[in-house]
Each structure stands twice: as C-alpha cells, then as structure tokens.
Write a protein that binds this ligand. Sequence first.
Ligand SMILES: Nc1nc2c(c(=O)[nH]1)N[C@H]1C(S)=C(S)[C@@H](COP(=O)(O)O)O[C@H]1N2
Ligand SMILES: [Mo]
Length: 249
Amino acid sequence: MSLDRRRLLASGVSLAGLALTGCDRMEQNPNVVRPLSVAEDLNRGVQRLLGPRVLAREFSRADITPDFRANGTIDPPDADYKALVATNFAGWTLTVDGLVQRPLALTLDEIRALPARTQITRHDCVEGWSCIGEWAGARMGPLMAMAGLEPEARYIVLHCADTLGGARYYETLDRVDVDHPQTILAYDMNGAPLTVAHGAPLRLRAERYLGYKQAKYVMRLEAVASFAHIGGGHGGYWEDQGYDRYAGI
Ligand SMILES: Nc1nc2c(c(=O)[nH]1)N[C@H]1C(S)=C(S)[C@@H](COP(=O)(O)O)O[C@H]1N2
Ligand SMILES: [Mo]
C-alpha cells in the first residue's frame, strides 16, 4: 500500500500539522525551517494510527531527478574518514553494538548479502527542496535481528563519520521504524555505489522522514535504552539544534 500526503489530507485524518510539513508547501515557502512542534505529535499520531508498515510513496524510474542535490556534509574532513576514502573503503566495517546479544562488525560485502530492498522515493529537505532517487540497501530490521536486540533496547543510534561545528552527526530511530520495510542502510543510489557526497559507503534511508533523518557516512549502530547521554541528548544532530525528532512526512 502506498500513501501520499494528498490522500491523507483528503481522508480528513490530518490537520494543519501535516500541511505544514507538506512538500508542496515547503517548495512554495523555503522559509519554513521546521514544522511547528505541535506537528510533531500530530505526525507521530497519524503515522502510528495508520500503522507501522504504511509505505511512503514510491515512484518510477522516469521520475528520478537527474541531478540529485547533495546537502549538509558532502566531503567529510575527518581524518579517519579520509583514510577510508583513500583505500576506497577497503578496511571499512559497520559496527553494531550496545544492547545486542551478538555485536557485529560487518564488511560491505556482508551487508550487500543481507535481505535487501530497492525503492524510488522523494527526499524532502526542510530547507525547501525535494529530489527523487532510487536507493538500494540492506533492510535494517533483519540486520538488527541478526545482532539480536535486547528487550530493553528502545532506540538505535546511527553514529556518522562527520563532525559539523565540532559535533558529530548522528540520528536515532525507534524500534518500530527499524522494522519498517522502507528503512534501509543504502549502499547504492540510482544503480551505482553511493558517492562520497551522498554518504559513502552506507547511509540511512527511512522514507517516512525528512532529509535530516537520512544519516550519511554511517559507521556504527548502537542499541540503547535512552539517547539522553548521546550528543546533546535530543536524538540527533539537528534535533540538538531544536528540530523535531519525529520529523515525519
Ligand atoms: N552524516 C550526515 N548525514 C546527513 C547530513 C549531514 O550533514 N551529515 N545532512 C542531512 C540533510 S539536512 C539532508 S537534506 C540529507 C542530504 O542528503 P544528500 O546529500 O544525499 O542529498 O542528508 C542528511 N544526512
Ligand atoms: Mo536537509
């Protein structure tokens, strides 16, 4: 089942909050920096109400934006990351740890062998632009199941390789989002390996969320009971600057 915002609006389920985060609206008004906080609760409520497995709208190859914009960090200056680029990520592994039964260190080849999904979706940045791209990656649900989440693990922290203004980029997902079919750790974009600008070698695609949730340069997945002690304690780099954590679209 595919859901688009128009149908949701037409269904009468949504109130002003959804319209505020709507892409069309954002395109008309680039000054919309973030949804009002009331929209956060509303979005979470609507998403949960519609069910944890409702899909974000998917598109066809003809809809793909020819020149998908790159945003935020596009070339991490961090020395550890630069060393990885120099070897074309030869020694790179994804660390999976925290509240898991089996901590993992997965190579890209191992990640490419996991249950995968390909999806053509629209990326909406709060700065007021949208691009459509095709993403292929490992589904996060089966990946975390491989590690075996402990019952007290409530969130997954995605630790990234880049620092912005002295703070490391990170994001957090609820368990329900980890199991969503469109939550993938993407290694390919538009049929080719991710470029550095778009988050090589691995980035999150959680398609029911705005752009800043789509963490690039993912190095480590940490299962935690609380994210109060991570970064500024609000569940993400931009969340620590005051953006909503539940940036649903
Ligand atoms: N590690 C990291 N992830 C990030 C960012 C960043 O600066 N660093 N920027 C975010 C924002 S605001 C957007 S809009 C998207 C941009 O992804 P793109 O470069 O593939 O368009 O990445 C998100 N993920
Ligand atoms: Mo963004």
